[in-house]
Design a protein around this ligand. Structure first.
Ligand SMILES: *Cc1c(COP(=O)(O)O)cnc(C)c1O
Length: 402
């Protein structure tokens, strides 16, 4: 396909929205406008010599097998890397395949890892259960406390892991400060950036070695396909990350890559609108008599407002509220909502409410819920693309039933 890569545009200097539409395009000989879906596992070679040659040295626009790479998947990887400000990226079957791949590729028995303790349950499982089983030592810290990071990171620490904004508690971590502490001892920093969103990401600027996404969330944004992405330097991505993932089978389906590649065209518009709505909802509910608290990272009531504001323009598309009266009042409120959907996902075009204490974080022991601040009245509110006035009216009407 001689003209494939030649149709790639030079996007240097283009702004985000332009890149989100054009970056990474590989046109086939048919000159299609919309990015092609190469739903193929394998690739053919004209001669036996050509097959041998490809296995000896793989050219930039050549493929061998979809577990290693695929043209549609590569378009998605290039577009995500460009948006995130890294040299390269590797697409994975899910966010958890990406987190697992990033950690397993970089760690070995005997290594020491420091991680924030406010983590998505499956991330905690990989750190404590899986890596623990293979002799990796884990120290968990309060991610908001820089002194705790300083005390936990040792000269032999190999890796630091954190969620830049924690799910569901919306704790904000000073990413640049943690990267500096880690790099002082040559530890790699892997950041799970799902709540932060790729639009408001500051991972590359702060110096994170790998920025990992569940693209299931904002990139898809319409509740369809699972996906994950690991963004980083070419050395890391085409070195240990690709080696681990291509042999262990965490590759993304080309179909899912195609759906999410096309979703990137509207990512900036969607996420900015959802973040604007989140702030408007936080403003509207702040001080409501039926609530103990409203939290959104870049809303003034958040305890880390100054830090959140210094790192990003907006704090994502999710906020939390704490309903007075515990679980009973909380369930009454959830059941009274008309527009919001009860689900455990977030970042969808449809606004979603989640009760972490009884669903996503049900299995955590009570004292861990208490430490993290997952109260019986906490609701995670994911703002979608509906009219903000309708959403605010829906929330107020449901709170009025209490
Ligand atoms: C959803 C999520 C994941 C897992 O992503 P999947 O695509 O569901 O595998 C990991 N980390 C965080 C912070 C998430 O919100």
């Amino acid at each position: 396909m001689s003209n494939a890569k030649s149709n790639t545009k030079n996007t240097t200097g283009w702004k985000t929205r332009t890149k989100l539409v054009h970056e990474g395009i590989r046109r086939s000989q048919y000159g299609e406008v919309s990015e092609a879906l190469f739903l193929t596992q394998g690739f053919v070679y004209d001669t036996a010599e050509a097959a041998e040659e490809r296995f000896v040295s793989l050219g930039e626009d050549e493929f061998i097998y979809a577990r290693y790479g695929n043209p549609t998947t590569r378009m998605f990887e290039d577009r995500m890397a460009s948006l995130e400000g890294y040299e390269d990226a590797f697409a994975c079957a899910s966010g958890m395949a990406a987190v697992n791949g990033a950690l397993m590729a970089l760690l070995k028995a005997g290594d020491h890892v420091v991680s924030s303790r406010a983590l998505f349950g499956s991330c905690l499982y990989i750190l404590e259960e899986v890596l623990g089983r293979f002799g990796v030592e884990i120290t968990l810290v309060d991610g908001t406390d820089l002194d705790a990071w300083r005390a936990a990171i040792r000269p032999d620490t190999a890796l630091v892991f954190l969620e830049s904004i924690s799910n569901p508690t919306l704790e904000v971590i000073d990413l640049k400060a943690v990267c500096d502490l880690a790099h002082a001892v040559d530890a790699k920093v892997v950041v799970d950036n799902a709540m932060c969103t790729p639009i408001f990401s500051y991972a590359a600027e702060a110096g994170a070695d790998l920025s990992v996404y569940s693209t299931t969330k904002h990139v898809d944004g319409q509740g369809r396909c699972l996906g994950g992405m690991i963004c980083g330097s070419r050395d890391l991505i085409r070195g240990p990350i690709e080696a681990y993932l291509k042999h262990t089978g965490g590759a993304m389906s080309p179909f899912h890559a195609w759906v999410q590649l096309k979703s990137m065209e509207t990512l900036d518009l969607r996420v900015r609108q959802q973040a604007t709505t989140a702030l408007a909802v936080a403003d509207a509910l702040d001080g409501h008599p039926a609530l103990n608290a409203v939290r959104y990272p870049t809303h003034k009531a958040h305890p880390q407002y100054d830090l959140a504001k210094s790192q990003a323009e907006a704090g994502g598309t999710v906020l939390t509220i704490d309903v007075k009266g515990g679980k009973e009042a909380c369930f009454k409120f959830l059941n009274a909502l008309e527009i919001f959907t009860i689900s455990n996902n977030f970042a969808d075009a449809k606004s979603i409410v989640t009760h972490p204490a009884t669903t996503t974080h049900q299995r955590l022991p009570q004292e861990q819920k208490d430490t993290l601040g997952i109260t019986p009245g906490m609701v995670r509110v994911s703002l979608g693309l509906e009219d903000p006035d309708d959403l605010i009216a829906d929330l107020r009407a449901a709170l009025d039933t209490l």
